[in-house]
Design a protein around this ligand. Structure first.
Ligand code: SF4
Length: 148
């Protein structure tokens, strides 16, 4: 990772870095694109997306990173990922994440939600994008459940 960061800095090159570990991505990327089943579901400036994710899948990826400190780990909100990954050759109708999303509602089955602008350069394709972005809704279960 250090070599990668040096190459970026020394040569001023743009790099495309693909990973599942968003903690690692945070170190390297100024912009983040979150994909699920071949579709970009959220994108934005790195800091903004990490601080205010606007898509349940982004929330889950971010919450999957274990905390080093034991107390922080006990307080960490837990991702609830249901079901199996659908086949990319036969994706679900509507929102592709709907078969695994804890927030799914009837509307999600009808059509792929359009990308909603949440802040400059930050968009999310979820019917609850604005609520998630404002912290008024979450796809994660409470910290007390994690402590059990
Ligand atoms: S559009 Fe619906 S199914 Fe898709 S991520 Fe948002 S709440 Fe979940």
């Amino acid at each position: 990772m250090n070599l990668f960061l040096h190459l970026q800095k020394d040569f001023g090159v743009a790099c495309l870095f693909i990973a599942h570990d968003l903690a690692l991505v945070r170190q390297a990327a100024s912009r983040v694109y979150v994909m699920y089943l071949g579709k970009i579901v959220e994108h934005g400036p790195s800091q903004e997306l990490y601080d205010h994710p606007g898509h349940p899948y982004s929330q889950m990826l971010l919450a999957s990173t274990p905390e080093v400190h034991p107390i922080a780990e006990k307080q960490r909100r837990v991702p609830v990922m249901i079901g199996e990954v659908p086949s990319p050759t036969n994706p679900p109708s509507g929102c592709r994440f709907r078969t695994r999303c804890p927030l799914v509602v009837e509307e999600c089955k009808q059509q792929m939600p359009p990308a909603l602008k949440l802040s400059p350069g930050h968009s999310s394709a979820c019917v609850f994008a604005k609520d998630l972005h404002r912290g008024k809704r979450s796809a994660l279960i409470s910290p007390t459940a994690n402590a059990a």
